[in-house]
Design a protein around this ligand. Structure first.
Ligand code: NDP
Length: 460
């Protein structure tokens, strides 16, 4: 008995030492990469119980290998603006892990894009893509190019220059990019056209997020937002609750936010507020999502314009104050680290019951801990927003079969994927001693899939 207890203590300390040592190594190798270190720390904290049960992962150096990208490609993107001036941006593609399939992940055009943000997104994608159960590896890419205020032709010239360089590293069985912030079906269309022009063929499977009229999947545009709501719905069902009659606040008003709002409203909720990067609107009668679509998807207007057609609504300058609006369910769907501990405390004091991350890493670690300490149901991004990439993988399947599924078929498959993700996160949390903690459950469930494939494929 004494020996068993001593063995257990030794095992525990070996697992803890391993996690600690590898994290120190990651810090040394990636100095100043705040977002990447934040994402790795969160995963590492969750994985301690895994190494206790599976010392073979320590023996195979899985943590050291899984935190080092397969490769990071950075490149110059030179292009000419409408005045004839030469502009230079930096392009990135982080091919993080292909143990489960071709690298897969979006491309972001935003002035904040840097190596740390690209690596954090690609690292998160590794676990998210594994959770979908689809045969896809993980990557992420982008540029510090700011599409705001650029003409249509400037966007086309920039995008063509970006993909001319990146085309050397991607392909349907190699790396399949998609959209993200600042990259929608228009930009994907330009990349696809230029890639085919360079290759002299038509490789439908090289990008996802294409226009459904030109090789894209129906239901892709809606998938991330709808998927987030389906995941939160599962979480609520588990405590005999639902969206019906709930007050919801959604940050952002882009692709993820719009379709999260649409689905929440369809399920009987009232969305009271949404935002853009300059401010938020509060509509006591409930946000009209069709107006938001018109403003954001078609007219590229600021969110404050909403009040022109909805005089009951109020516009507030400053986007972070949106979390002062009392609600039952909060869905941060804008960007990373948009909700901190103070925001979380405000939401808790105002009675929030569930939080679902539609964006990638929108809540800081302290905010998540605050929710968990007060028993608020919390759906982490890598599980809750995996619906987008899951439907992207479905687009790849449709492209290789040269057929198109109906929107109903895609939505049905999306629902099943989100339900399965919820179940695997919930079960992993339970089996590894943290019942109900979906952050830990998602990290462990995703990690196990990738780690097993890495062990099977040998050390490289
Ligand atoms: P979009 O570019 O379509 O929309 C982003 C929205 O967030 C815009 O309304 C933008 O406002 C707003 N925004 C940006 N910064 C802030 C801020 N600090 N506070 C409030 N609002 C802000 O991007 P997506 O909807 O595609 O992506 C949103 C998030 O979801 C990102 O984290 C992305 O990585 C993640 N995600 C996206 C997926 C997808 O399928 N699209 C898949 C999985 C994750 P403005 O109009 O002023 O710029």
């Amino acid at each position: 008995m004494e020996i068993t207890t001593r063995n257990n203590a030794e095992h525990k300390s070996k697992a803890n030492d391993y996690v600690h040592e590898v994290f120190e190594l990651v810090k040394q190798r990636n100095p100043g990469e705040k977002e990447f270190l934040q994402a790795t720390r969160e995963i590492f904290d969750s994985l301690r119980p895994v190494f206790l049960k599976h010392p073979e992962y320590i023996h195979n150096g899985i943590l050291e290998r899984i935190t080092e990208p397969d490769r990071v490609i950075t490149f110059r993107v030179a292009w000419e603006d409408d005045t004839g001036k030469v502009q230079v941006n930096r392009g990135f593609r982080v091919q993080f892990n292909n143990s489960l399939g071709p690298y897969k992940g979006g491309i972001r055009f935003h002035p904040t894009v840097n190596s740390s943000i690209m690596k954090f997104l690609a690292f998160e994608q590794t676990f998210k893509n594994a959770l979908t159960g689809q045969p896809i590896g993980a990557g992420k890419g982008g540029s510090d190019f700011n599409p705001k205020g650029k003409s249509e032709r400037e966007i086309m010239r920039f995008t063509q220059s970006f993909i001319t360089e990146l085309s050397k590293y991607i392909g349907p069985d190699m790396d399949v990019p998609a959209g993200d912030i600042g990259v929608g079906k228009r930009e994907i269309g330009y990349m696809f056209g230029q890639y085919n022009r360079l290759r002299g063929g038509y490789e439908a499977g090289v990008f996802t997020g294409k226009d459904p009229n030109h090789g894209g999947s129906l239901g892709r545009k809606e998938a991330t937002g709808y998927g987030t709501v389906y995941f939160v719905e599962e979480m609520l069902k588990n405590v005999n609750d639902s969206f019906e009659g709930k007050k919801v606040v959604v940050s952002g008003s882009g692709n993820v936010a719009i379709y999260a709002m649409e689905k929440a409203i369809e399920l009987g909720a009232v969305v009271l507020a949404c935002s853009d990067s300059t401010g938020y609107i509060y509509d006591p009668k409930g946000i009209n999502v069709e107006t938001i679509k018109q403003l954001k998807e078609f007219d590229s207007k600021r969110i404050r314009e909403y009040t022109k057609t909805h005089p009951n609504a109020v516009y507030h300058d400053g986007c972070t104050d949106i979390w002062s609006v009392a609600c039952d369910i909060a869905l941060p769907c804008a960007t990373q680290n948009e909700m901190d501990k103070d925001d979380a405390i405000m939401l808790i004091e105002n009675g929030v019951r569930a939080v679902g991350e539609g964006a990638n890493m929108p809540c800081t670690e302290d905010a998540i801990l605050a929710f968990q300490a007060k028993g608020v149901l919390f759906a982490p991004a890598k599980a809750a927003n995996a619906g987008g990439v899951a439907v992207s993988a479905m687009e790849m399947s449709q492209n290789s079969m040269r057929l198109s599924w109906t929107v109903e078929e895609v939505d049905e498959k999306l629902k099943t994927v989100m339900k399965n993700i919820y179940t695997s996160c919930y079960s992993a949390a339970e089996s590894y001693g943290h019942p109900g903690n979906l952050v830990i459950g998602a990290n462990i469930a995703g990690f196990l899939k990738v780690a097993d494939a890495m062990v099977a494929h040998g050390i490289h």
